[in-house]
Ligand binder design. Sequence first.
Ligand code: GTB
Length: 216
Amino acid sequence: MKPIITAFERSPDGGQGLARDTRVRWAFEEVGQPYNVRLVSFSAMKEPAHKAVHPFGQIPTYEEGDLALFESGAIVFHIAERHRGLLPVEANARARAITWIFAALNTVEPPILDRATTWISERKEPWCEQRLRLADDRIRGRLDDLSARLGNADWLDGEFSAGDLMMVSVLLRLRSSRILDEYPNLSAYVARGEGRPAYQRAFAAQLATNAGKPPA
Ligand code: GTB
């Protein structure tokens, strides 16, 4: 039985791959596991049927038999645990890869999300420019350290892992801000992630859903 995930019926980004189903699709593609997608509208997301799976009425979700999951991090981790290809077998290397999943979601993504929320919800406010500058400085603080840690390596800790998948997914959200351009090694890291055939397939799949539909 193929797992079923949920995605936006019409993504607000018009198919740029920024919604969080893309990272889940990418994980499936990396491990070679087929999956089905159920598209949901914004209103359906808030209905009891969807909220029974996702308490906060969001996407993505994951369902397989009796198991229902929400939170993209938990879903990617679950896929990585169940299938070979996204987590090292050696115990310490595996623990470090999992640490990078958490670092992406808990340490790097929050200031990036803060910037996105400011831009989406507060851009008409007179103080928005100032707020964005503050958000950018917080992001730079994280990127300075991430860039130093990555150095000239291809991936964060040895072979490509679910930690890299999550970190690249989080950094992709920065593209429109140009901040990433200030960090050539991080820009190259993101490009390496996007260049992976599994990412390309995931991106194409979400684009196929949104092609021809104007951004919501
Ligand atoms: N922490 C959760 C996770 O990682 O799964 C967050 C889930 C989440 O934020 N889901 C969003 C959602 O369902 C979609 S991905 N929003 C609808 C709602 O809350 O009512 C976030 C997202 C949405 C749109 C863009 N975009 O258009 O650029 C990018 C990212």
